[in-house]
Design a binder for this molecule. Structure first.
Ligand code: FNR
Length: 189
């Protein structure tokens, strides 16, 4: 079965290495996964004062999540957690109360950093957040990608064979996971 996967890049930086990773994942995904980016850059800072009347940018963000079968988070680690911009986006999507966009929406988490633990702590935090948001999370594979200069080119081509294979397997597993979750928990909309 073919699925639509919305990917969210946790970094807003022009030179983001996680954006490069997302480009690599788009290239390496099996044909049955159709990847579309769900941007977070233009969301204002969330407050529940908006709950009665979400601004158009936040409505569009929730709508984009509603239109995909699963979400893939590609995130850096900032100060041993997820970037504030990503947490802000998740807060928007999780509200208003009773209209949590992540409920029953399968997700996967991946990230890269130059450090040797490759965003492991940020990913652990993100998993906690997504559990609370009732998103069925792919537990394995885990993917902590240590970024070395030249690992991924601007167009998303990965320069070393073992990383290429690992990322391809990650996307294959994500496909299997989405299929399994949506067989047990079919979408209601
Ligand atoms: C970092 N960096 C970083 N790296 C890491 O492995 N663990 C960490 O806790 C942090 N903390 C941190 C905080 C802040 C505010 C910045 C800007 C950076 C380094 C980080 O991994 C590196 O800048 C990556 O390039 C970030 O990914 P993007 O934004 O390029 O995708």
């Amino acid at each position: 079965t073919t699925f639509k996967v919305g990917y969210i890049v946790g970094s807003l930086a022009k030179g983001s290495i996680n954006r490069l990773l997302s480009k690599a994942l788009v290239q390496l995904a099996p044909p049955a996964l159709q990847l579309v980016e769900i941007p977070i850059r233009d969301l204002p800072l969330y407050s529940y004062d908006y709950d009665a009347d979400y601004p158009p940018v936040a409505r569009a963000f929730k709508q984009a999540i509603a239109e995909v079968d699963a979400i893939l988070f590609v995130t850096p680690e900032y100060n041993r957690s997820i970037p504030g911009g990503l947490k802000n986006a998740i807060d928007w999507a999780s509200r208003p109360w009773g209209r949590n966009s992540f409920a029953r929406k399968p997700s996967g988490v991946i990230g890269t950093s130059p450090g040797s633990i490759g965003t492991a702590v940020a990913q652990a935090h993100l998993r906690g957040v997504l559990c609370f948001c009732n998103s069925p999370l792919m537990n394995t594979m885990e993917a902590y990608i240590q970024f070395k200069p030249g690992l991924i080119s601007e167009d998303g081509t990965v320069s070393d064979e073992s990383t290429t294979e690992f990322l391809s397997n990650y996307m294959k597993e994500l496909h299997v996971f989405i299929e399994r979750v949506l067989t047990v928990l079919p979408r209601e909309d």
